[in-house]
Design a protein around this ligand. Structure first.
Ligand code: 9MR
Length: 352
């Protein structure tokens, strides 16, 4: 079976073969299991059989890693490049998976031309045009959108506010309402999520960020904004203990607002953890356990996703390389696709 999968390419015939593989696997997925997802890169998905096998054998949902960023899709004001997202969607559709939309509004990965936006009218026009084109193209196909990503500013010791971006600059803090309302108008059946990082640790900026995030969520709900879910990214900073009580209370508050909860980008940033692999993997798994346990005690998350599946392809070393030169190990499978203790943790919570 595996060797057959190894030969697969993204052709229609290959897709059919992959479906057979999925059907066999689907029989082994326990009913009631929480879907597991990962973000994916296109080149290994198309060219690396082991990567494809890891995805096919374990994932129920995929997110293109960057394929829906403005920086990728919108190289020029009048251009839309859908090739990456379309290819991931085709792969999902051929293999009984769903594709998650990440993301419509983010301060990061913005193309240079957006710096020339210089008025509220222009900002509103560009944001509307983007959301209409992108959500419209995937209407009925992308069922869940991360509409606004990382809206909360870093705390600098003061109460954190909204993170600066071109939309905040010209439309003010209601840019968030505007983005959700526009997305909802284009696809009224899509589930719309606000997605945030660094709310889980006991130390650092998490406690203040969590408070600011909850206040924003409550305000959006109070204003009748079509917000349906909350995404906890979970790029866990491995050096801090997890605030289990804080997470439990936060997730309970989100649930009581009638919103769904999603674990969207789990990985453990391990650049300051001890070098020995067994020790490091155990700490990584323990941090993820401490994160997922209170979430799953308070609510049934709609999805548990990691930001990548294998240590071979991860954003972590780009920002957080280890000083000792050892490779980072933030994800559930190692660089040779062997499952790590982190996978046991993710699998445990998905199957409860
Ligand atoms: O993993 C993504 C990486 O490949 C991109 O270069 C980067 C662009 O800034 O974005 C990474 O993904 C981010 C995600 O979209 C939002 N949360 C933080 C992720 C890691 O930086």
């Amino acid at each position: 079976m595996l060797s057959r999968r190894h030969a697969l390419t993204l052709t229609a015939a290959a897709a059919t073969t992959a479906i057979a593989g999925r059907a066999a696997q689907a029989a082994t997925i326990k009913p009631g299991r929480i879907p597991y997802g990962a973000c994916v890169r296109l080149t290994p998905l198309q060219q690396e059989p082991d990567y494809r096998a890891a995805i096919l054998n374990n994932c129920q949902e995929l997110t293109p890693e960057g394929g829906l960023f403005w920086g990728y899709m919108r190289p020029a004001r009048d251009q839309f490049k859908f090739d990456f997202a379309d290819a991931v969607l085709a792969f999902c559709e051929a293999n009984e998976m769903t594709m998650r939309g990440h993301t419509l509004v983010w301060y990061g990965a913005m193309p240079d031309w957006t710096k020339s936006i210089s008025s509220a009218a222009e900002a509103e026009h560009e944001l509307t045009n983007h959301i209409e084109r992108v959500v419209g193209r995937y209407r009925g196909k992308i069922r869940t959108w991360h509409v606004v990503n990382e809206a909360i500013d870093e705390s600098k010791g003061e109460a954190p506010g909204l993170r600066p971006n071109v939309w905040l600059q010209y439309l003010g803090d209601k840019y968030i309402d505007f983005a959700f309302r526009t997305a909802h108008a284009v696809d009224p059946t899509a589930q719309l999520v606000i997605n945030e990082f660094e709310i889980e640790s006991l130390d650092g900026t998490s406690p203040k960020r969590r408070e600011a995030f909850l206040k924003l969520i409550r305000d959006l709900v109070a204003r009748g904004v079509p917000l349906h879910g909350v995404g906890l990214q979970g790029h866990i900073n491995g050096k801090y203990a997890i605030d289990r009580d804080g997470i439990y209370d936060f997730v309970g508050a989100v649930r009581s607002l009638g919103l769904s909860v999603h674990v969207t980008e789990l990985d453990v940033v391990d650049h300051e953890l001890p070098g020995p692999i067994a020790v490091r993997d155990a700490i990584v798994a323990a941090r993820a356990y401490d994160f997922l346990e209170p979430i799953c005690a308070a609510v049934r998350p709609q999805m548990i996703g990691t930001w990548g599946i294998t240590d071979r392809y991860t954003w972590v070393p780009v920002w957080f390389k280890r000083r000792d030169g050892l490779p980072n190990r933030p994800l559930p499978f190692d660089a040779d696709y062997k499952p790590k203790p982190l996978w046991n943790v993710v699998d445990y919570f998905c199957s409860r």
